[in-house]
Design a protein around this ligand. Structure first.
Ligand code: PRP
Ligand code: MN
Ligand code: MG
Length: 182
């Protein structure tokens, strides 16, 4: 439907709840990295809203850079083979890297990314994600900052898409089954 609201089944996490959680995460990050400079690395495209709203809550200047990745070819991403579509501009040597993500689902993307960025000589590589689906994990990823653990259910909004749509919903929600039905 032209009005996104008509396609929604349920709001899982409200805009206010997201903001409150990001306040807490930013305070924790500021405390943990006291006296250290960090480089925020966002994963396009899902992470754009988390990056914007988390970085603005930090009480420090935190440079940001972006990567775009995709599973190899056009198939499923369950292989864990990842291809870089857009690489970082920044040199990671001796930098404290904080990867910013919208969601960890199978964990395959992040698992690969942590390995890739760590191999570039970073002083540290940690992860901040708004959402995590613990029951969908195919690989263990050590995540330092998690906003919300959610059930294994398809969610959209706040950066998360279904076929590139619904990213700009200001909250996290689920879609009515008819939307997938075509
Ligand atoms: C989604 C999401 C994460 C990744 C998580 O990105 O934004 O980056 O999948 O999945 P995983 O834990 O199973 O690897 P997607 O590939 O859909 O690209 P997008 O961010 O452009 O939507
Ligand atoms: Mn993504
Ligand atoms: Mg996506």
């Amino acid at each position: 439907a032209a009005d996104m609201g008509e396609d929604l089944a349920q709001v899982l996490i409200t805009e206010k709840e997201i903001g409150q959680r990001l306040d807490e995460m930013a305070a924790q990050i500021d405390a943990d990295y006291e006296g250290k400079d960090i480089l925020l690395v966002g994963v396009l495209k899902g992470a754009v809203y988390v990056m914007a709203d988390l970085s603005r809550r930090l009480h420090r200047s935190a440079p940001m850079d972006w990567m775009a990745v995709s599973s190899y070819g056009s198939g499923t991403k369950s292989s864990g083979v990842v291809r870089i579509l857009k690489d970082l501009d920044a040199d990671l040597t001796d930098r404290h890297v904080l990867i910013v993500e919208d969601i960890i689902d199978s964990g395959l993307t992040l698992s690969w990314l942590v390995g890739n960025l760590s191999s570039r000589g970073a002083a540290s590589v940690e992860i901040a994600t708004l959402l995590r689906k613990p029951e969908a994990a195919k690989v263990e990823v050590d995540v330092k900052y998690v906003g919300f653990d959610i059930p294994t259910e398809f969610v959209v909004g706040y950066g998360l898409d279904y076929a590139e749509r619904y990213r700009n919903l200001p909250f996290i929600g689920t879609l009515r089954p008819e939307v997938y039905g075509g």
